[in-house]
Design a protein around this ligand. Structure first.
Ligand SMILES: Cc1ncc(COP(=O)(O)O)c(C=O)c1O
Length: 367
């Protein structure tokens, strides 16, 4: 049997909502998208949101329109992003016309490292894109005090809180993806969140091109979410408490089961963690790749936490030691709503075996 790394959590509630929308005959962006935009605010804590067709689009739109809302940002060309992230982040920065400046991560949070970010800020920095990675939610007061706008990525930590405050409500704006296997899904989709009404209004206007006048140098572009997608999203929002509770239980169970491997593995903290992913780090003696290969042969689809560090592609930040370490030693274990505790028992057992086998191979007798 194959244990999948991630898997969507949808059921008859979503089917019912979509069926209703199809029968009513209004499929594209309309009242259901507007309802989704209103209802979702309860889980992010900002005043406004706009739904779009992907997480990538949502970050692109924030970066494109920040200087239109804050004229003092006009002409700034650089955006600080973590190298240890998915390419959607650098793609969005590049598509919006900025140079991505890759910064290192903190190995406790897998998110941007404060001191590393600080040293990369210049007068040309437009924004810091802070990703709350793998479900680990972080307080951003320190980053915000740097005086550069902080844009938060909450695709992997949606619904999580730190110090009683939702992630996504710390920065000037935040964005999420609702891709099939995310915390909540709309099949494909994303949202922008902010207290800045002007930013949201500009984005809403930009993504809806029809029956509007245009200035000679103006254009708009369709990035809209459909009512069908929003209907799935509304059904998902009704389940969010269950989703977060189940993920928490699974994460805590993993922590319990991996307790005996703590001498060899860095295990994620349970604090401020919604356990979107369960990422462990080997202590350096064993490379992740060999462990992942071993586990996959046993039917466990463990994976690298990210595809590749982004600075490998664009090459302007080669001194990212923690990023390199996490890439070589990070293992993302399967976690999703369909996984059972029995499967976690098996995964934990096989992970131990994989570590033991690799350490034996290298002649390390300390297992
Ligand atoms: C943290 C994060 N932000 C943004 C995205 C991009 O989202 P989308 O695939 O909806 O464009 C992803 C995709 O995996 C992601 O993991």
């Amino acid at each position: 049997m194959i244990i999948k790394h991630s898997f969507p959590f949808v059921g008859k509630e979503e089917v019912k909502e979509v069926e209703r929308i199809i029968k009513e005959g209004i499929l594209s962006a309309g009242k259901i998208v507007e309802k989704f935009e209103r209802k979702i605010l309860k889980f992010v804590g900002t005043k406004f949101s706009v739904a779009v067709n992907s997480g990538s689009a949502s970050l692109f739109l924030i970066l494109k329109f920040l200087p239109k809302v804050f004229p003092e940002l006009s002409g700034k060309k650089k955006v600080i992003i973590p190298s240890f992230a998915c390419p959607a982040i650098s793609n969005a920065a590049l598509f919006a016309g900025y140079e991505p400046v890759f910064s290192d991560i903190n190995l406790d949070t897998f998110a941007l490292d404060f001191d590393d970010v600080k040293k990369r800020i210049t007068p040309d920095t437009l924004a810091i894109v802070y990703i709350h990675s793998f479900g680990i939610c972080n307080d951003l007061k320190d980053f915000i005090s740097l005086g550069v706008p902080v844009v938060e990525g909450i695709a992997q930590s949606f619904g999580g809180k730190v110090n009683g405050k939702f992630v996504g409500s710390y920065g000037v704006a935040s964005f999420s993806s609702f891709y099939a296997t995310k915390v909540i899904t709309t099949a494909e989709g994303g949202s922008v969140f902010s207290d800045e009404k002007k930013l949201i209004d500009k984005i809403k206007d930009f993504i809806d091109y029809d029956k509007k006048d245009y200035e000679p140098d103006q254009f708009r572009f369709n990035f809209k979410m459909s009512d069908i997608q929003a209907a799935i999203g509304l059904a998902q929002l009704k389940k969010i408490s269950f989703i977060l509770k189940t993920r928490k239980n699974l994460g805590l169970y993993y922590i319990k089961k991996l307790h005996n491997l703590e001498r060899f593995l860095k295990i994620p903290s349970k604090e401020n963690n919604i356990f979107f992913r369960f990422v462990v780090l080997t202590d350096g003696r064993v490379k992740a790749e060999s462990v992942i290969e071993f586990m996959r042969k046993k039917g466990i689809m463990a994976d690298k936490p990210i595809w590749k560090p982004l600075h490998y592609f664009y090459g302007n930040g080669s001194d990212l030691k923690n990023t390199e370490f996490a890439y070589e030693h990070g293992i993302s274990l399967p976690i999703h709503l369909s996984i059972t505790k029995k499967q976690i028992d098996f995964i934990s057992y096989i992970l131990g075996k994989a570590l033991q086998t690799q350490m034996n191979k290298t002649g390390d007798k300390n297992f």
